[in-house]
Design a binder for this molecule. Structure first.
Ligand SMILES: O=C(O)CCC(=O)C(=O)O
Ligand SMILES: [Fe+2]
Length: 282
């Protein structure tokens, strides 16, 4: 699987399209894994979920700690560039994010650091969540930790003090290949430096509740690269439950009728339309 990344070693987040879902390789199996669907459905309290992101990437170790580098990231939450809104209250989550590890961070370094929420009264998790670059008027955007913290120390010392407490509670788990960090768009976390000479490969995946249209999709439309048979063959291999992640109604959904099920099958010769038909009792 690691070969997948040979052309997409990166110094910043993501693969620039090279390993975004659908990749037509093993990464898709992780993205659409039914165990992940079940876990996310459980966390969000509904089986009606959509895929919102899937990007495999490989972070290389280096010693550039420039302002926009993700080498030693600032603590942040991810909601900022996934919606124009503020996250919902803690017990009504609408998103799940994940980092699926394909690397062993005991060797590579670069494990994602997390500051866990410690109960209802946690002073670091009192909305609104605005003490970070890019949110709440802090438009001097930095990705790097030391540039961010210098900015807050100089311009907003109280926020700098708040943020110091996040770093004081930082936990960096050791991640082994196959481990998945399931987190949220409103959890403090950050990327840490990969050891120089090493590479850390992961897939960032995210899901949203189907009806929460205010949560946007990170990737371009899943159908953007249709027409060449490659995406189509990914789609055909998926189960109806997996396809639903991409906005294809599940068997039994009111969208389906005998005609459009047949037309769906006609569009993808060989696609098994039986589950859709059976749900109509046809
Ligand atoms: O690379 C990581 O471990 C985390 C990356 C991250 O949190 C981000 O880019 O938003
Ligand atoms: Fe993040």
């Amino acid at each position: 699987m690691l070969d997948t990344f040979k052309d997409s070693v990166s110094r910043d987040f993501g693969s620039d399209g090279k390993c975004e879902f659908p990749t037509s390789n093993d990464l898709d199996d992780v993205t659409t894994h039914e165990k992940l669907i079940d876990a996310v459905s459980q966390l969000l309290g509904t089986p009606d979920i959509l895929l919102a992101q899937s990007d495999g990437w490989c972070k290389a170790g280096h010693s550039d700690f420039g302002a926009q580098q993700n080498n030693d990231q600032r603590f942040h939450m991810d909601y900022g560039n996934n919606t124009f809104l503020h996250p919902t209250p803690w017990n009504q989550p609408e998103n799940v994010a994940a980092i699926a590890y394909l690397a062993d961070t005991e060797i590579t370094g670069g494990g994602t650091a997390v500051c866990f929420r410690e109960g209802e009264d946690d002073e670091l998790y009192k909305p609104p969540y605005i003490n970070m670059p890019g949110i709440g008027g802090h438009w001097e955007f930095y990705n790097d930790r030391s540039h961010t913290e210098r900015y807050f120390e100089e311009k907003h010392p109280q926020i700098a003090q708040f943020r110091k407490k996040i770093y004081d509670r930082e936990v960096i788990p050791i991640y082994k290949p196959g481990d998945v960090l399931l987190y949220r768009y409103d959890v403090w976390h950050r990327g840490t430096p990969v050891n120089v000479g090493h590479k850390r490969s992961v897939i960032n995946i995210a899901w949203k509740k189907r009806d929460s249209f205010w949560h946007l999709t990170w990737n371009p439309a899943w159908s953007k690269w249709n027409y060449y048979g490659k995406v189509e063959s990914v789609l055909m291999k998926l189960s109806p439950k997996q396809r639903a992640l991409l906005g294809i109604p599940k068997p039994g959904h009111e969208y389906w009728n005998e005609d459009n099920i047949k037309w769906f099958g006609a569009r993808y010769p060989g696609l098994d339309i039986r589950p859709y038909m059976q749900a109509l009792k046809l």
